[in-house]
Design a protein around this ligand. Structure first.
Ligand code: ADP
Length: 508
């Protein structure tokens, strides 16, 4: 069977991609990345392979950039900023609107790229492209609402003004689990504010970033406004450090692990950079006695198993109150058996694709083994799936305890672990007992309880009787060690602007 993708924005980068028993002709760049408006190879000529997590096959080879290419990208980006910041808000809104339309027009092919390099199911990849495009749409609208203030003056002969100005070059470092949307959420806000950017995508999923650069070229976004530095795992620390320490980079926006976020924060101190961080979570999902159990199960399925459990807002600890515990566990087990189908993301009906790589599987295995050794009960799954070494069986554990790894760290896999609790106070104490504070969920039909618990949970985002809350309008971000700043929403622009105060005197 020969399938041909329609992603032919610029035909010059056609390369053949081998996929399980099918051949797709995708116009993804072969051995080139996008710096200062040009498609270029690494100076060393080195490339690194992008692997399909479902079968280990090489999808494409991309340049292994280092410090030299990073400097070049930052210089070009800095020069482009001098012009881009002076475009009108209406012009920038127009560019972003074009990006939105191009992304939607190429939705299927862009989704295909996500599934090839990231493993998620095609349906979820299509969802990510729509979600990712919504940031271009949202920030094309926000671009025209970046207002300043005129402040009442204490002096008769002076007027006071605050301007919101673009901060400058943004260094954007993104993860593999949303290889399109985590870039668009940052880039769209940066461009709307009048900033330019250097994107360093995750080494597992650089093709989606390169596809966004192709869209930018097609949308006639000026050279240097968007740059992509593809780099291998080996070169990543040095490229990251360069971005953090470069005096021409004004801000670092990062989504990824807490450990790397802390390192980037530290490295950015030398130049007193603005830093926005969206880091790991350890989301509690609390089901109170008053909850509608069937709604809670639907929410748990969505928030736990999306992207095979690999999102930063995925449920990590399920806390269920005594009276409904057994009913909830039985209903969740049934839903998992009936609704989840493991397999390659390109196959129809598959709901649960592979994990990103074997390291990810090893972590999930370690968490399950640790829980079982410390007294958890295995209800479903528990081991590597017969589909292959990157696939893990959807797993259900009960009798989760506070000292188990799952309670303390993000599992990032298809493991639902349930803990029984007796009182509301106890649930809140357990939920807040970590240094993470990204998201949380709870189910209750008691309005007073809803208000109390929403206020008590130490997280940046809460789903109340809802398992999925992400959208461009949401203020996305965490508290405690889960991050700094907010993305999306009207606050997303704040990460890319600085306030200038002007006092205009002599007005006698
Ligand atoms: P994960 O564990 O989900 O892969 P990481 O924090 O390791 O999360 O990766 C998120 C992003 O951070 C990726 O783009 C990755 O390449 C990048 N990254 C990892 N280590 C560093 C580092 N030392 N400096 C800069 N970026 C890094």
């Amino acid at each position: 069977m020969l399938l041909k993708s329609t992603f032919q924005i610029k035909n010059r980068f056609k390369c053949t991609i081998r996929v399980w028993r099918t051949i797709h002709n995708l116009s993804v760049p072969d051995g080139k990345t996008y710096i200062n408006g040009k498609w270029v190879a690494a100076k060393s000529g080195k490339t690194f392979p992008v692997l399909n997590p479902a079968n280990g096959e090489i999808v494409a080879n991309v340049p292994d950039c280092g410090d030299e290419e990073t400097n070049e990208a930052v210089d070009g980006c800095y020069d482009a900023f001098k012009t881009w910041k002076n475009t009108t808000a209406k012009e920038r809104a127009g560019f972003l609107r074009n990006m939105f339309e191009l992304q939607m027009k190429n939705s299927k092919s862009l989704a295909h790229i996500i599934t090839l390099e990231g493993g998620k199911t095609l349906a979820e990849s299509v969802g990510e492209i729509t979600y990712g495009a919504s940031f271009f749409e949202w920030f094309s609208e926000e671009a025209r609402r970046i207002y300043g203030d005129i402040v009442p003056s204490p002096f008769k002969n002076r007027q006071l003004f605050f301007f919101r100005e673009p901060i400058g070059v943004a260094g954007i470092i993104t993860p593999w689990n949303f290889p399109n949307a985590m870039i668009t959420r940052k880039v769209a806000a940066a461009l709307a504010a009048g900033c330019t950017c250097v994107i360093k995508p995750a080494e597992d999923t650089p093709l989606s970033a390169l596809a966004i650069a192709q869209l930018a070229e097609e949308a006639n976004i000026p050279p240097g406004v968007i740059n992509v530095i593809t780099t291998s795992r080996n070169n990543t620390p040095s490229v990251g450090k360069r971005l953090c320490e470069h005096t021409k980079v004004a801000t670092i926006s990062f989504t990824g692990s807490t450990a790397v976020g802390k390192l980037l924060f530290e490295q950015s101190a030398s130049t007193v950079k603005r830093v926005s961080l969206e880091l790991g979570g350890n989301a509690p999902f609390i089901v109170f006695n008053s909850a509608d159990v069937s709604k809670a199960v639907t929410g748990a399925m969505a928030s736990k198993f999306r992207n095979s459990g690999q999102t930063c807002v995925c449920t990590n600890r399920i806390l269920v109150q005594e009276k409904i515990h057994d009913d909830f566990v039985a209903a969740l087990a049934k839903a998992m058996q009936n609704q989840l189908k493991v397999g390659e993301g390109l196959k129809p009906d598959v709901t649960t694709g592979p994990l990103i790589n074997e390291n990810a599987v090893r972590k999930v295995e370690r968490h399950v083994q640790d829980a079982l050794q410390k007294g958890a009960n295995l209800i479903l799954g528990g081991k590597i799936h017969s589909c292959g070494k990157t696939f893990f069986e959807p797993t259900l554990l009960t009798n989760l305890k506070k000292d188990m790894l799952i309670s303390k760290e993000e599992t990032f896999g298809p493991v639902a672990a349930v803990m029984k609790f007796s009182s509301e106070e106890e649930a809140i104490e357990i939920a807040n007992s970590t240094r993470s504070g990204l998201s949380g969920y709870f189910y209750s039909e008691d309005i007073s309880q809803i208000w109390r618990v929403a206020k008590a949970l130490e997280v940046g985002m809460i789903g109340v009787n809802e398992g999925i809350f992400s959208c461009a309008e949401a203020a996305f971000g965490g508290v405690k060690e889960s991050g700094l700043g907010r993305e999306g929403s009207r606050y997303g622009i704040d990460e890319y602007v600085q306030i200038k105060y002007m006092c205009l005197g002599g007005l006698d």
